[in-house]
Design a protein around this ligand. Sequence first.
Ligand code: SAH
Ligand code: SF4
Length: 392
Amino acid sequence: MCYAIPGKVELRDKYVVVDYFGQKKRARSDFHEVSVGDYVYAQGGFIINKVPPAEAEAALETWKEMFDELQKIDLRLAEKKDNLYQIANNLRSRYSGNSSCVHGILEFSNYCDNSCLYCGLRKENPALERYRMSVEEIVEAACSAAKNFGFKAMVLQSGEDRYYDAEKLVSAVKGIMAQTPSLLIMSIGERSVETYRKLYAAGARGVLMRFETSNRALYEKFRPGCRLEDRLRLIQELKKMGYIIISGFLIGLPGQSEKDIIKDIELTNSLGVEMFSFGPLIPHESTPLNSEPVPPLEKILNTIAQTRILYPESRILVTTATETLEKNSAAQRALLSGANSLMINITPEKYQSLYYLYPGRAGSEKPLAERIDSVIKLLKSLGRAPSDLGLA
Ligand code: SAH
Ligand code: SF4
């Protein structure tokens, strides 16, 4: 199974230009020496793999026909502009095309030193059975997702768990990169700049860190002991270091206004993100927010559509929390309201239910192979190419 289309290297300068059926994308070649005519896989704007010509040509043969077919379906579905969602979907098709990133997410520890009032992993939740994956388990799980299922971009996520010092995290990243070079995206919370520098040197190239809310008062209330400025400064520092950034916010914090959400969208964009990641706050029974209402799916779809209309070229993730609101249809509705990326949980099955951020989490019901199959079917039915074509 393949989530990326091989591209042909056209031009070498500071950036490499990669050609995909006539569409040109820029990518950086931090990990490989490449020459004109080479075939490569690029993820999030980085060349992560060279592909032998015979393999690439066979893959392209299969893709070419499908690519044209998918494009036709997408253009047809994106034609109408009768409501907000359709307008957003039309803009997505016109400005961002039909490619949809599919990333894996590996949740390697549910220990957390923090006390975010909304989160089931907060340290004051004694009801939760905790787990930590060893470095070897992390490498094994990520490499197996890459080798057996073709994942080329993976998020390594955990609570803010200082058991994993820089050395352990670096070993995990190096171990994965040595076997299956991938776009590795760290989602480990606020760690020192030095730790992130070491991770970059080891080969990690992405960071997923939401700022959660742009409203300082809400931030301090719901993330006790933390400061919005610190989180934003860290995100900016990591962007400067060369990481691609995925960030965003929670929708449904008590006291959050419509205006706050517009500010959240603007702040995400101003951070220069590669991808927007926002979704509903789903109240967890063992947290102080246990009696809050679940936000309606329409509120999330509206935010997706607003983001797309404000920033037509952006990548917008359908988050797992969004999928959880309506397990059979939320992903499809979100993709038709302006979103264009998905995540698949690649955490070993025995740990998945313990990574209990919020109840009823979608995406753990079936074995991985079946879940991948459903995602690919969904994307194809909407005329989306499950791929990552690199930087625009
Ligand atoms: N500890 C890291 C990463 C793990 S938490 C960090 O906080 O950055 C990942 C995300 O889960 C958080 O950014 C938060 O937005 C989301 N989250 C936590 N509790 C949630 C809930 N009850 N409903 C929906 N999303 C939640
Ligand atoms: Fe920890 Fe992240 Fe949950 Fe906050 S949101 S308690 S930092 S896992």
